[in-house]
Design a protein. Sequence first.
Length: 219
Amino acid sequence: MLGDRVLFLDGEALVIDKPAGLPVDRPRDGAISLENHLANLTFGFRRWPHAVHRLDRDTSGCLLLSRNPKAHARLQQAFEAGMVAKRYIAVLDGVPEGEAGEIDLSLGKVSTREQGWRMTGDPKGKSARTAWRLLDVQHGRALIEFRPATGRTHQIRVHALEGLGHAVTGDPTYGAAHPAGMMLHAAELIVPRAGKADVIATAPWPERFAKVGFDDPGA
């Protein structure tokens, strides 16, 4: 139950630790999605909460939901204005050169009949910037911290592959699937609010990362 995965809760906002494999939007195949859990995330309110942003189905971690329409508009504005701080951790299928930097690679959408749609670097696409830092190396794989300054679709996944030269481990679209899943986790979220305390949430270390050799470096 997602009620056991609450990271932050007040009258305006709710942050949950979304499990990997759970879509935020209802998928075409009719699989279980976040919508199926909303009735259990009201915590005394009549209204169901609504997702303010999106995480990919196979990405776990901090997902912000609003608890009323006015709060939803304000929280969404914070994302659109680039005021939200996001920290992700990922395991890559290789080790990039260097220890830190920023990827500045605009992204555009491409589609083929064989592969369907995906994102790729495109000078004419939407601006996308991601700061990164190497945290650890194990067995030819790298543990990377990503801090995206923009919020484009599949931004970290494409920046990992095209910016650092290595796909996220388990990425079924830009790399190769892995039995333990995709190793991308939204570890921290900070949303400023005028006149109120910031929304601050930190998601616990994902167990699946240990299956590819990485324990929490901060533990």
